[in-house]
Design a protein around this ligand. Sequence first.
Ligand SMILES: Nc1ncnc2c1ncn2[C@@H]1O[C@H](COP(=O)(O)OP(=O)(O)O)[C@@H](O)[C@H]1O
Ligand SMILES: [Mg+2]
Length: 259
Amino acid sequence: MSKTMLDIVKKQDLLVVEDLHMIYKSGKIESPALRGVSFRVKAGEFVAIMGRSGCGKSTLLHIIGGLLTPSSGKVLIDGENIAKIRDRERTEIRRTKIGFIFQRFNLLPTLTARDNIELAARLRKNGHFDLGAAHELLRLLGLRDKMHHKPSELSGGEQQRVALARAVISHPALLLADEPTGNLDSVNAKMVLQMLKELNSRYNQTILMITHDHEAAGYANRIIEMRDGQLVERVQNNTLAMAFHMASASSQRSFCSMA
Ligand SMILES: Nc1ncnc2c1ncn2[C@@H]1O[C@H](COP(=O)(O)OP(=O)(O)O)[C@@H](O)[C@H]1O
Ligand SMILES: [Mg+2]
């Protein structure tokens, strides 16, 4: 591949994480949560990071989202190293480039669904709010008739869909999801995952989702596995991995039938 081609490929990396370390310190006790994590996400990808509870997933996501400063390492979002810059600039990148959804929805309890979404849009887009786009999004997420409900009047699945609308209303370059289905029953979990998939395939929304659930991770186009603060395995593409698995199974079968 020529150098220019390589440069073009590199430019498509929306997120670059390089040799990230995080050590939590309380008094004299040091607990390492990330031990040299490196990976890249291209614009338009839907990537899942899987791993058991306590392996460092939330720490990683919070650093990428600019909510936590790492002990060392690089996090480039659209070419900017957010691990290095000052708080004000980091807040600005978070505001303009990143959308978040969490396990616990985190909606403002006194505001209706629509007002939660409108507030987020206005905060992120210097006061601008596109009502038409908000309605379109609420329709896509099956929330048109829930617009005037407060979070306490919504089911868990509906609350997470409002949180999703709030996260993507301002078109963030990167959507970060921390166990988005962790508090949902299986029907609602499936619905939220299908909506994430739809946002990715229809609107090319780049998504980085962490989960400990294999089924949830299966909605992504790439799965990265994490263990004890390190990445241990990469599956480049579910479909490719499945095709490879099926091809090797069938070649084994034909080999057996020949024998
Ligand atoms: N604020 C903190 N102070 C000290 N240790 C922490 C803190 N947050 C997380 N940890 C520890 O870091 C490790 C990784 O935690 P976390 O990133 O929350 O994992 P996960 O999201 O995969 O469950 C765990 O051992 C956890 O106890
Ligand atoms: Mg976690």
